[in-house]
Design a protein around this ligand. Structure first.
Ligand code: FES
Length: 65
């Protein structure tokens, strides 16, 4: 089996992050590639990962209406 998460909270059985919508200020961009140095936020690391692997991963963006 292949391990996707190689950097984030490796000592935890499961990585869970909670987002409260009152905190939203413009938009929140969440990492789904597990490569961000600012996890759970996206820092653009998916671009390098996609280029290296041919994958097409990208963030979840939560935006104010
Ligand atoms: Fe992981 Fe952007 S850095 S989705």
């Amino acid at each position: 089996p292949h391990r996707q998460n190689t950097t984030v909270k490796l000592g935890s059985d499961k990585v869970v992050d909670t987002f409260k919508t009152e905190n939203i200020d413009g938009k929140a961009v969440y990492c789904r590639c597990w490569k961000s140095a600012k996890f759970p936020y996206c820092d653009g690391a998916h671009n390098k990962y996609n280029k290296e692997t041919g994958d097409n991963l990208g963030p979840l963006i939560i935006a104010k209406e």
